[in-house]
Design a protein around this ligand. Structure first.
Ligand code: ZN
Length: 152
């Protein structure tokens, strides 16, 4: 990866952490999940409006570092309109990318900005936290996921 690309990726992460998209509580949500990363102090609440198997709308609230906020913000854009199985497939690819740096598909879009996170093991949990919460929400578990109690 060139330095220019790194620079671009950092800009995207900063932009999404400073002005997170879909950053609101959703009263109409029929699925919610909380994510907690005690190592960094990240907290995220995800709100999903599921129509059968499809994510009709998604929003989040929370506090934490730039990586966790940007990850949650980009996640809301990435999973809107997706089916439960699409979200699961996306989770698997994002998980692989942030833990190994490998991006096995060219169509991850903005999510690719997190490929560099694998070089910073402490930050991997920040990036993947919103995704664990999203999986919990689409599966209807409505539970709190913590990076310290699950095998992440
Ligand atoms: Zn964090």
């Amino acid at each position: 990866m060139s330095d220019d690309l790194n620079e671009l990726y950092q800009q995207v992460i900063l932009d999404h952490s400073r002005s997170p998209r879909n950053f609101r509580k959703m009263d109409a949500a029929n699925r919610t999940a909380q994510g907690h990363n005690p190592l960094c102090g990240d907290n995220v609440s995800l709100y999903l409006l599921m129509d059968g198997d499809v994510v009709r709308d998604v929003s989040f609230q929370g506090s934490g570092c730039a990586i966790s906020k940007a990850s949650a913000s980009i996640l809301t854009e990435a999973i809107k309109g997706k089916s439960r199985s699409d979200v699961k497939a996306l989770f698997d690819r994002v998980h692989e990318m942030v833990t190994t740096g490998r991006n096995s598909s060219a169509d991850l879009g903005k999510l690719a900005v997190f490929a560099g996170v694998h070089k910073f093991p402490a930050r991997v949990k920040c990036a993947i936290l919103p995704w664990h919460a999203a999986m919990s929400a689409v599966e209807g578990k409505n539970e709190t996921v913590s990076t310290e109690t699950e095998d992440m």
